[in-house]
Write a protein that binds this ligand. Structure first.
Ligand code: ATP
Length: 472
């Protein structure tokens, strides 16, 4: 395998030419990458942003309670979960402290320790906060809301707006868990299907919901008196702005609130569009931006394998499996079609395979990831849609059956990092193998190599000794 004329030509090129690394893509290659079957995250439309966020939350809600992963991260000063403070120092109410510890949180994350003092200050301060997904933003504003409500007053005091019904339910669950020892505080969901009798006034202190229903409850039905609201939270602003209607509704709600109402806006990313929206919603804000720390690939050995077709790539994969013991592997494909095909072929070879792709329901995807995490399947074949948010400790090998490219056909370095960063965490050694099957993918690989300034070694999968060596 991989010894025909094309592969040899690449070998020669490898040896001779730096120039390959800087080659521009041809028009043909761009067209290829724009194929309709692409399941790439950059093609993700607004719905998918919400679905991805929900998926991350569903995965995390099971993960964090069952492993000490956050603990590990919190001891790493480079991690966004690292913190130096304790929850006691944040002066939370005893009932909330109990709730926090009850959820298994020992220390605040970085966004929590930075944002909470600001959110709990008197007089109330407005805040725009950005920190990557899964760093504890929800917990931060939930604690702020629970700290600010007066349980003796039986009317809504905090409004929290989420981009979708399901995300609102997820945040509601966090409020319920964290407020477990504070039963006087009640919560109600302003979401479609939750029909209230006309003329009634809500008694719950916290209302969480989607922008449309929340606006109706404030203006059309007057279930909520917006003038009595003390805290307004806009969660997942980056997902929210993907829907123009949501933006307008959020702004209309904000305009009904009193001047001294505390406005809090959270987002995982901070593109200009999010920033523009944030400034319209939050006057005179404090701003917290936590930079995503650079992950390094130092502990991951990276290889590439030359092939000429997907069948050859499959054969190379079988050779690798034949030569080394792999605890668990994740294999990334560019399209659903390839992923489906590959999963079928691997099953026929007797592997326990899970398939995860974009067209599956969010809950189905979360269930597949959970089974994989529990070791019920040893191989997870997936597309880019699932590259982020998955963190399985026992994954020892990541295989890029297809290299990640963006919608313009350029190397998607960030996705590459996300994919192979699944292995080799916290100093553990990991192995990443890239399948290269054309001049174009060789070019992509070289550019990825150049970007990370980290050599990707060639691997001959016909040579069993060589494969064994890489695993040792
Ligand atoms: N201080 C903490 N200690 C331990 N676990 C925590 C802590 N804060 C949050 N978590 C857990 O970490 C996970 C991520 O937290 P959270 O959902 O608040 O992140 P997020 O930044 O809001 O994510 P997203 O951007 O996706 O909304 C959750 O499962 C949560 O229970």
């Amino acid at each position: 395998m991989a010894t025909d004329s094309w592969a040899q030509a690449v070998d020669e090129q490898e040896a001779a030419a730096e120039s390959v690394r800087t080659n521009q893509l041809t028009q043909h290659e761009l067209t290829y990458c724009g194929c309709l079957l692409c399941d790439h995250s950059l093609f993700v439309i607004s719905e998918d942003k919400a679905a991805q966020s929900l998926l991350n939350k569903l995965i995390r809600s099971n993960l964090v309670n069952t492993t000490n992963q956050v603990e590990v991260l919190q001891k790493d000063p480079n991690s966004p979960l690292y913190s130096v403070k304790s929850f006691e120092e944040l002066r939370l109410k005893p009932q909330l402290l109990q709730g926090v510890y009850g959820m298994g949180f020992n220390r605040p994350s970085k966004i929590q320790e930075t944002a909470l003092p600001m959110m709990l200050a008197e007089p109330p301060q407005n805040l725009i906060a950005q920190s990557q997904s899964g760093t504890g933003k929800t917990a931060a504003f939930v604690l702020a809301m629970l700290s600010h409500v007066d349980p003796n007053n039986r009317y809504p005091q905090c409004l929290c707006v989420s981009p979708t019904y399901e995300l609102a339910l997820q945040t509601g669950k966090v409020i319920e868990q964290m407020g477990k020892y504070y039963p006087e505080v009640k919560l109600v969901y302003a979401i479609r299907g939750n029909k209230l009798q006309r003329g009634m006034k809500l008694q719950e202190q916290i209302v969480i919901g989607t922008p449309g229903t929340m606006l109706d409850w404030c203006s059309k039905f007057k279930f909520i008196d917006p003038k009595k609201i003390k805290v307004f939270v806009l969660d997942e602003a980056d997902v929210m702005i993907a829907t123009q209607g949501h933006q307008d509704q959020s702004i209309r709600i904000q305009r009904m609130l009193p001047k001294n109402c505390q406005m809090l806006l959270f987002s995982a990313t901070f593109e200009e569009s999010v920033w523009n929206f944030a400034q319209r919603i939050v006057p005179d804000p404090n701003i917290i931006k936590l930079k995503r720390e650079e992950e390094t690939l130092d502990t991951i050995k990276q290889y590439y394998v030359l092939c000429n077709s997907k069948e050859e790539k499959f054969q190379a994969l079988c050779n690798i499996y034949g030569a080394i013991t792999i605890a668990q592997a994740m294999i990334f494909c560019h399209t659903r079609k390839t992923a489906g095909w590959l999963a079928g072929e691997l099953s026929r070879e007797g592997h326990q395979v899970a398939l995860l792709s974009g067209e599956m329901q969010v809950e189905q995807r979360a269930a597949v990831i959970e089974r994989f995490r529990d070791g019920k399947e040893k191989v997870l074949v997936t597309t880019n849609v699932c590259a982020r948010g998955i963190d399985v400790e026992q994954v020892s090998v990541v295989i890029n059956f297809d290299l990640p490219v963006d919608k313009d056909g350029n190397p998607d370095n960030e996705t590459y990092l996300h994919r192979i960063g699944r292995t080799g965490r916290f100093g553990k050694r990991g192995l990443a193998i890239n399948m290269v099957d054309s001049k174009m993918s060789m070019n992509i690989m070289n550019r990825i190599q150049e970007h990370f300034n980290k050599k990707i070694e060639k691997l001959d999968t016909d040579d069993l000794d060589e494969i064994e060596k890489i695993a040792s």
